[in-house]
Design a protein around this ligand. Sequence first.
Ligand SMILES: Cc1cc2nc3c(=O)[nH]c(=O)nc-3n(C[C@H](O)[C@H](O)[C@H](O)COP(=O)(O)O)c2cc1C
Length: 205
Amino acid sequence: MTNSKAPKSPPPSPPHLHDLNAVLAAARNILAEGAINRHAPAHTPTFATISPEGRPRLRTIVLRGFEESSMQLWFHTDRRSRKIDELYKNPSAAVHIYDRDQKVQLQISGRATLHLDDYVTEAAWAKSRPMSRMCYQVIQAPGSVIKDPHHAVQDPSRNAGGSDNFMVAALRIDALEWLFLDARGHRRARFSRNGGAWSGTWIVP
Ligand SMILES: Cc1cc2nc3c(=O)[nH]c(=O)nc-3n(C[C@H](O)[C@H](O)[C@H](O)COP(=O)(O)O)c2cc1C
């Protein structure tokens, strides 16, 4: 029988409280989970670009994939969208994730690669669901001014059913910052790509 009045033992300390390698592994796990679990906070990160005027621009995206070995993530988008125009002009981009359950913030930066008319985009389109395809069947480009919300017209008979407007954008992560705010002690760490390897350091939270 358990004694309900006995003092509870504190939860075990996660290794990422004191082990830098464990921090990077935990950050990778958050991204990997975000790519496959639509309920995970990392499934809908904020993606930042820089406008030609040098202003930051943010928007939510759906994380569609994360490859640990290359530290690349990717999402689907409309090639006519403003973010793509911005990435053509300046491929520097950033991603922000806050995982409330794990009490972790990730600040990620890197360079974008745009997949147009290649096998990556073709394979992603082939796997996409009819509901997702509808977004790309709108005749007017995203962000076009319309007088009435009903004027945004979907026409699956044009633009190859939407596939002409669809593309995959990837971000090759070059740097990653981890912030863990916890009663046992706050932790902050920075990692950067060093050729093929990753190096990291603790920094003041
Ligand atoms: C939950 C959620 C998920 C979204 N996912 C995507 C996405 O995966 N790709 C995308 O291009 N836009 C997505 N959007 C719309 C963008 O946030 C944004 O409004 C749109 O892409 C236009 O952005 P831009 O003008 O900066 O290009 C999503 C919005 C929300 C609210």
